[in-house]
Design a protein around this ligand. Structure first.
Ligand code: 5GP
Ligand code: ZN
Length: 126
């Protein structure tokens, strides 16, 4: 998807769209044409970052077949970024991948995101 198309799919009121656009500062972990990753502001674990599509999608509940490649890319990228950020190797180490969806799922920011958490235990939560 082109950058122009991504920009057209931003929600001006969305916190994570503002972070992607650089309007709100964040500690960037990774960026490409479709995906942005940054440190969670309230980490639960020694490594805790969020991966978001640049395309504004409110949650996993809104995805369809047209998003399969994008979501696949995010899942394939997650372990590489996890290791680069200091998660310990599988199987003794590892990491947790979480996507809270909707109020019932504990979602607070309504721009689809994947939490990636790991590093030496104990963790604050999880
Ligand atoms: P959710 O509960 O929606 O799955 O997770 C939202 C996450 O976004 C939370 O873990 C929260 O700490 C993080 N978060 C909320 N506001 C900000 C912010 O302004 N900057 C960053 N980096 N993370 C944020
Ligand atoms: Zn957004």
């Amino acid at each position: 998807m082109s950058t122009a198309a991504n920009l057209a799919h931003r929600d001006p009121n969305c916190l994570f769209c503002k972070i992607i656009a650089g309007q709100i500062p964040s500690t960037k972990v990774y960026e490409d044409d479709e995906i942005f990753a940054f440190h969670d502001i309230h980490p639960w674990a020694p490594v805790h970052f969020l991966m978001v599509p640049k395309l504004h999608l409110p949650s996993l509940a809104q995805v369809d077949d047209t998003h399969a490649t994008l979501l696949g890319r995010m899942m394939v990228l997650a372990p590489r970024l996890a290791m680069a950020q200091g998660c310990l190797p599988y199987p003794d180490g590892g990491f947790r991948v979480v996507t809270n969806t909707g109020k019932g799922g504990g979602q607070e920011v309504h721009h689809l995101h994947i939490h990636v958490m790991g590093g030496p235990r104990p963790w604050l939560r999880g």
